[in-house]
Design a protein around this ligand. Structure first.
Ligand code: NAD
Length: 478
């Protein structure tokens, strides 16, 4: 498959004729090519977006809403095709792409298609001064959305949908490692009647194409999801240009388990929060803290459950754990685990897996490592793979301290039936999102994002519409 850029409603090759190989994680083969676009392609995409902006920003909310909802319906109608493409491109199990990735991408468009019709601004009656202030919320202009490889279409559309709903025109850049579903999206946008230039999708490497977007003098905002180091580079590049920047970055999320929880539900969800998508989810509960009184029972049960996980080719419906996204990422995860082996007790896994018929695929055994302190490297650095640490705790105070003691602050999960404890701990966790007795239960109206090295700003609900608009206050004296 040859991926192309989507600029001004048309599919085009990169101007410099430079291409990247696209690898299939299931078997390590090269199965297509992707544009390695440059500054020149950004110039074209910017021109298309800037031309489309005056008209799109004046399009009625109802009309925008209809188009977004139509894109959502088309994604639903093409679920199988998109899920198969996402699974092949990223290595995630087909059942995950079918149940989560593509339905969520459709929900993103539907949600913002509806939300924009409910988005309101404020007025302030300046009593005693014979004046009224009203505040407009106006689109920014041309904005850029840059996304990672772990939830390719899901995360890209989480940015695109609010940006265009708010009246902006977008230049989007998916990860060069997983470009295919973004490429397919262009077709559906045309079919849904999205005017030319409102959405442009360019493909290529972060250090060149991504940088060209971030430093473009007229692109007004960057909405970025990806690694913390990349986020820091983007923040540095964008600051002197006074661009609006939203950064959704890495995580090292605690999963805190008290003895009084609903054990079966906790166990089942903890396996999922550890190993869904091969552990390549920013919200994964990668540091598991278990109350000492149930630690040994949990350890035995957890290992038994994880041993049963079916690691297999992503295209097989029975597969629960698929392939990691790339050879480079597999090597990175392997290296982390090799280092951890010198210091810690590996309870399960700890090695790459060779699958018959898929010998060159990027498989890694779900790995459980017992650690003695939270300050170890394994508990401090994001690995973003199928590996979790477990350790016991005895007091509430110590587990809160450990939970907060990382550079990251994205999310946390807490398992307890004690109401006061859940309120008390939730208040003290230094992160953007806490799940109590569940994990990754998403209501799209809620604010999404993290503290510390996990990012800056919030997505979700009206937060994203606020990010993609600027306020203008108008004061009228009467
Ligand atoms: P990455 O930072 O390497 O790349 C993300 C995107 O940024 C890609 O499209 C890449 O091409 C681009 N990019 C790279 N360098 C750039 C630069 N200098 N300027 C502009 N763009 C650049 O991240 P990744 O490896 O694709 O994704 C994994 C990371 O994403 C993990 O750290 C994970 O925690 C994080 N993540 C965070 C969230 C969240 O919501 N907080 C969600 C998913 C993933």
């Amino acid at each position: 498959m040859t991926v192309q850029n989507y600029i001004n409603g048309s599919f085009t090759n990169p101007i410099s004729a430079d291409w990247l190989d696209n690898y299939c994680p299931a078997d390590g083969t090269i199965y297509g090519k992707t544009p390695n676009s440059s500054q020149k392609d950004v110039t074209l995409a910017y021109k298309a977006a800037a031309n489309a902006f005056p008209s799109w920003s004046q399009t009625t909310l109802e009309h925008r809403s209809r188009i977004l909802i139509k894109i959502s319906e088309l994604l639903e109608a093409n679920l199988e095709r998109f899920a198969a493409a996402e699974s092949k491109d990223s290595g995630k199990p087909i059942q995950l792409a079918t149940a989560v990735d593509i339905p969520r991408a459709a929900s993103n468009f539907r949600f913002y298609g509806n939300a924009i019709t409910q988005f309101a601004s404020e007025s302030h009656d300046s009593i005693g001064l014979e004046a009224i202030n009203y505040t407009l919320r106006q689109p920014l202009g041309v904005v850029s959305c840059i996304s990672p490889w772990n939830l390719p279409l899901y995360l890209l559309t989480w940015k695109i949908a609010p940006a265009i709903a708010a009246g902006n025109c977008v230049i989007a850049k998916p990860s060069e490692i997983t470009p295919v579903t973004a490429y397919l999206l262009g077709e559906l946008c045309n079919e849904a009647g999205l005017p030319k230039g409102v959405l442009n999708i360019v493909h290529g490497e972060g250090a060149t194409l991504g940088k060209a977007l971030v430093t473009h003098p007229n692109i007004k905002a960057i909405s970025f999801t990806g690694g913390t180091a990349t986020g820091a580079t983007i923040a540095q590049l964008a600051a002197p240009l006074f661009k609006k920047v939203a950064l959704e970055l890495g995580g090292k999320n605690p999963n805190i388990i008290f003895a009084d929880c609903d054990y079966d539900s906790m166990l089942e969800t903890t396996v999922r929060s550890a190993f869904s998508n091969q552990g390549q989810i920013c919200l994964s509960g990668s540091r598991i803290f278990v109350e000492a009184s149930i630690y040994e029972t949990f350890k035995t049960d957890f290992i038994a459950r994880v041993q049963q996980l079916h690691v297999g080719p992503p295209s097989q419906t029975s597969t629960q754990v698929g392939a990691l996204v790339s050879k480079a990422h597999l090597n990175k995860v392997t290296q982390h685990i090799e280092e951890a082996k010198k210091e810690h007790n590996i309870l399960h896994g700890g090695y790459p897996i060779t699958l018959k018929g898929y010998e060159n695929g990027y498989y890694f055994c779900p790995t459980i490592i017992e650690v003695a302190t939270n300050t170890c490297k394994l508990n401090q650095e994001e690995i973003f793979g199928p590996v979790v640490s477990i350790m016991p705790f005895t007091t509430e105070t110590e587990v809160i301290e450990w939970a907060n003691d990382t550079p990251y602050g994205l999310s946390a999960t807490l398992w307890t039936n004690a109401l006061k404890r859940s309120l008390r701990i939730s208040n003290q966790l230094d992160c953007g999102m806490v799940w109590v007795n569940t994990w990754m239960l998403r209501d799209l109206r809620t604010p999404f994002g993290g503290t510390k090295a996990s990012g800056l700003g919030r997505e979700g609900g009206l937060e994203a519409l606020r990010f993609f608009t600027d306020t203008k206050n108008i004061c009228l004296k009467y």
